[in-house]
Design a protein around this ligand. Structure first.
Ligand code: 13P
Length: 344
């Protein structure tokens, strides 16, 4: 049996757990605005806008200039490194605009996926080198939580035992480094929705992946009360011929979580993973009303499902900026109402 030497003081633990609880306070979720420059190219191309630093700044300004109505439904915003140091037209730093609304600032700290040689196209995520120093700097610059995304894929031969173990371990190492720097780690083992697998297979794989993640977090002495989980919902693959109801998706998702995620974890903040804005809110509603005990806050950390309407309202035109901001506020409010309806 290993012995745990002290890793965090009582004060450090309290700070981490307070941050996590603020982010997932009743009725609140997360805006994931941390698309890398590469992912932003895909979003901006869709609306015929060139992917320049200035256009990315203008787009983020639309989201961050939402007024105080979003305070009630957004507990945290995840930034990308570039955005963390950008400013609005009037010179106010974006970080300040978010903090002024009482929203917690987060930062994506991974450096993207790389191949795992010898596997059937599987990956791990890089970015551990220098992570402690980067976390210390981000904390000084106003970030109180972080995100690291690992990716697993479902096929006849995947995820392999190697990919499950490697990704669980790198997530745990990242989480441990964040906590040493006063940063709440969001642990994101995303299982992609690509493929024709059914709901049951996604549930099985999700359970195996999450069980491995929580074993690794325990091995690394990670303080669970000061973490959040960002999983996929359990859904059928995009090309699965069988359709499932939101209630079936909710039952599969909550069952998988109950079997693997300790109640010490304060919140589960789902990614939207290509679901439409409407689907993502209907499914989250079903998850929060499913007839199973749920010891964690179950909320959103959506990218596309909070931004799609705003993006198409904007289309790169300055004159559309106010209308686009309004679309984002509306979407955030719908999500807030989705959560408030369940008294969670
Ligand atoms: P989507 O909600 O668009 O899947 O993005 C969330 C995210 O941050 C994925 O890492």
């Amino acid at each position: 049996m290993t012995h745990q030497y002290p890793a965090l003081t009582a004060e450090q633990k309290k700070e981490l757990s307070d941050i996590a609880l603020r982010i997932v306070a009743p009725g609140k979720g997360i805006l994931a605005a941390d698309e890398s420059a590469g992912s932003m190219a895909k979003r901006l191309n869709q609306i015929g806008v060139e992917n320049t630093e200035e256009n990315r700044r203008l787009y983020r300004q639309i989201l961050f200039s939402a007024d105080s109505r979003v305070k009630k439904c957004i507990g945290g915003v995840i930034f990308f490194h570039e955005t963390m140091y950008q400013k609005a037209d009037d010179g106010t730093p974006f970080v300040q605009m978010i903090k002024d609304k009482g929203i917690v600032v987060g930062i994506k700290v991974d450096k993207g996926v790389v191949p795992l040689a010898g596997t059937d196209g599987e990956t791990t995520t890089q970015g551990l080198d220098g992570l402690s120093e980067r976390c210390a700097q981000y904390k000084k610059d106003g970030a109180d939580f972080a995100k690291w995304r690992c990716v697993l894929k479902i096929s006849d031969n995947t995820p392999s035992a190697l990919a499950i173990m490697e990704n669980a371990n790198v997530l745990a190492r990242y989480a441990s480094i964040c906590q040493q720097n006063g940063i709440v780690p969001i642990v994101e083992p995303e299982i992609l929705p690509d493929g024709d697998h059914d709901l049951k297979r996604c549930q099985y794989v999700t359970e195996k992946v999450l069980a491995a993640v929580y074993k690794a977090l325990s091995d690394h002495h990670v303080y669970l009360e000061g973490t959040l989980l960002k999983p996929n919902m359990v859904t059928p693959g995009h090309s699965c011929p069988t359709k499932y109801s939101p209630e079936e998706i909710a039952m599969a998702t909550v069952t998988a979580l109950r079997r693997t995620v300790p109640p010490a974890v304060p919140g589960v903040t789902f990614l939207s993973g290509g679901q439409s804005e409407e689907e993502a809110s209907i499914n989250l509603n079903a998850i929060n009303t499913c007839p199973l005990m749920r010891p964690w806050a179950l909320t959103f950390s959506y990218g596309r499902a909070l931004q799609a309407s705003a993006l198409s309202a904007w289309r790169g035109q300055r004159d559309n900026a106010t209308a686009a901001t309004e679309e984002f506020v509306k979407r955030a409010e719908v999500m807030g109402v989705t959560l408030a309806g369940q008294g969670c």
